[in-house]
Design a protein around this ligand. Structure first.
Ligand code: SAM
Length: 267
């Protein structure tokens, strides 16, 4: 179907790196430009483990989505979803339950361009190009309303995204707005860069100087996003420690400790 040009589809800027395309680089994807690869090369100088961090994040995304499907969740709003790569939320969820519905939300126009093509054949999945800091608009979006039944539990995913938001953008209020819109029995799934050690503080400073947006948060601050919800075992932990499906090393590397995550249930 032809796409009506709008502010998003006409806005792919190949002169500056984008978060979505840089993340695609570290996931060894193909939807990126030279400017993104050069940017990642700079990041690698300050956070050499960044490729591993991205891998741990994608792995917990898979484990978390499978876990939520096991809890009976078949609808997902994946906020800050990134470019469609392998093992996306809809691949994992629909493999576990073919009835699963997924709405991807991202403000990067590349996600729309590639996502629409990839998802054209899949009527249980949609890509909404919008800013997740505007829950009202997203929750009223026609594709969100078409695919998500707000009378049934929803998996609200903010995976690898809240550290891009500054405190004055009210990330907790944004999380709350999405959780207010979903019924009891819904779940909140968050992963976040964690300021857990001197190593990570140094990485944070340099990483954010390059990225120019957001901040790492402490374990307590990340746990605070789940206030008011039932935080499920094992709580907010370094990514490889969240319900691992294989053996976990007794001592974690800096890369393994750089992001934390958890899942909570709305009572
Ligand atoms: N959630 C995916 C994952 O964890 O594998 C992708 C995470 S990627 C690091 C962050 C994504 O959030 C990027 O695709 C970026 O375009 C998107 N993003 C950043 N700020 C956003 C905003 N304000 N609204 C919507 N998407 C945003």
């Amino acid at each position: 179907m032809a796409e009506t040009p709008n502010q998003w589809t006409s806005a792919i800027d190949t002169t500056r790196p984008s978060i979505a395309r840089a993340y695609d680089v570290v996931l060894n994807g193909k939807d990126n430009f030279e400017v993104d690869r050069a940017f990642v090369a700079e990041i690698v100088k300050v956070v050499p483990e960044i490729y591993d961090v991205a891998t741990y994040n994608r792995q917990i995304l898979g484990r978390g989505v499978r876990f939520l499907v096991e809890q009976g969740v078949t609808q997902f709003i994946d906020l800050g979803s990134g470019l469609p790569t392998v093992e996306n939320t809809h691949h994992v969820a629909q493999r576990a339950n073919p009835e699963s519905r997924v709405v991807y939300v991202d403000n990067d126009p590349m996600v729309l361009a590639h996502g629409r093509a990839l998802l054209a054949e899949n009527d249980r999945t949609a890509v909404v190009t919008s800013d997740l800091r505007d829950p009202k608009t997203i929750l009223a979006d026609k594709d969100v309303r078409r695919l998500i039944d707000f009378d049934r539990p929803v998996g609200v995913m903010l995976v690898g995204i809240l550290h891009h938001l500054h405190d004055d953008e009210d990330p907790r209020g944004i999380v709350q707005a999405y959780m207010d819109a979903v019924p009891s029995g819904s779940y909140l799934f968050i992963t976040h860069f964690c300021a857990s050690s001197e190593d990570s503080r140094e990485a944070e400073k340099k990483f954010l100087a390059l990225l120019g947006t957001g901040r790492f948060r402490t374990e307590a601050e990340i746990t605070g996003f789940f206030d008011g919800f039932e935080l499920l075992e094992p709580g907010v932990v370094a990514l490889p420690l969240w319900r691992p499906e294989g053996p976990v090393p007794s001592e974690l590397t800096v890369g393994q400790r750089l992001m934390y995550g958890g899942i909570a249930r709305k009572r």
